[in-house]
Design a protein around this ligand. Sequence first.
Ligand SMILES: NC(=O)c1ccc[n+]([C@@H]2O[C@H](COP(=O)([O-])OP(=O)(O)OC[C@H]3O[C@@H](n4cnc5c(N)ncnc54)[C@H](O)[C@@H]3O)[C@@H](O)[C@H]2O)c1
Length: 364
Amino acid sequence: MTENILVTGGAGFIGSRLTTALLRQDPSRKIWIFDNLHPQVHGDAPATPEFGAGVTFIKGDVTDACALADCVSACNPNIVYHLAAETGTGQSYDEPTRYCAVNVIGTTNLIEALRTQHNVKKVVLAGSRAVYGEGGYADAKGLEFVGLPRQPEAMIAGDFTVPVPANAELPAHPIPSHAGLPPAPASVYASTKLMQEYLLCQAGEGAPWDAVILRFQNVYGPGQSLRNPYTGVLSIFSRQILSGKELAIYEDGEIARDFAYVDDIVSALVAAGKTDIKHGTILDIGSGKPVSILEVSKMLMRALGKEDDKFKITGDFRIGDIRYACADITAARQTMDWSPQISVEEGIRRLADWAKIECSNVQD
Ligand SMILES: NC(=O)c1ccc[n+]([C@@H]2O[C@H](COP(=O)([O-])OP(=O)(O)OC[C@H]3O[C@@H](n4cnc5c(N)ncnc54)[C@H](O)[C@@H]3O)[C@@H](O)[C@H]2O)c1
């Protein structure tokens, strides 16, 4: 039987590669993309994306309940991938209403649209590790907890360490985050991503479909918007390096991130769609290996054919930025028989090769 799949946000960085991968895996699939071609991501006059046979593209906004419901009923999906979202952490502080409208109300609109659909078996959410806030730490006795929010006063004084609860036995160290840790969103964006999880898990109780939440780390790779100044640090840095700018590296350069290559994210999404997974399961998806922003910046400069010394460690910081992020991918490995395949060195080489060509096409 032909499988019908709906991908909200399917014209975006991850969604477009997901669509290609789903069709490559099974060319008989019918895929519907619902995406508003957000100008911040796609530019002011984006062309309608061409995906070829098997893909129907609908330009629409998830905040438009009727348009979304029409698309859902035309698609009659078996699987839904919900990727459409506002994605900038910093920007979310300035535009909390828009972030809630798109990420939260957009999700409830999807849930209501699915009520009339009887063939939906699974809804996979592109969740975010942002829901962990400062993320997991363990104290000297192995007690695990989530790091406390960092205070601006301490960071102005150059102290970027993550406070720990008073009962923690020092020294404490960061650990890869896993779904057993309590959520602690530290930005409006993170709160909306957590709300998406709650809503899908609650609405899926008693519904014919199961919700699966994949919490992504920092996704990077060819195809990430070079226009969007709010997301994708490696894409932003690629553009700055290629235009000869000195990179401004925040804090002391030792912010750590788990950079997940886009194809590894896509293979996790594909696996989540086809594996039998219990409703409400949350899986952390990343490379499982932290790398400092300073280290990755130097790798990127070299991959772009530049000297790796054109940067300045500014000591500046951004509210909502967290110090250490890394995924514990054990559950994803066990549940979906999935593992990341692309090392950060290889991924950065691929990103750099693409960015060298693409940057010349993007207007400032
Ligand atoms: N890229 C990452 O590092 C990362 C990390 C964690 C989670 N995620 C999540 O993955 C998903 C996809 O992210 P991405 O990196 O591909 O981002 P992206 O911005 O490239 O893609 C998002 C797509 O959603 C569309 N969109 C935005 N607002 C919409 C609306 N109101 N209605 C319909 N479509 C809309 C955009 O046009 C875009 O095509 C998001 O839900 C994001 O929160 C991404």
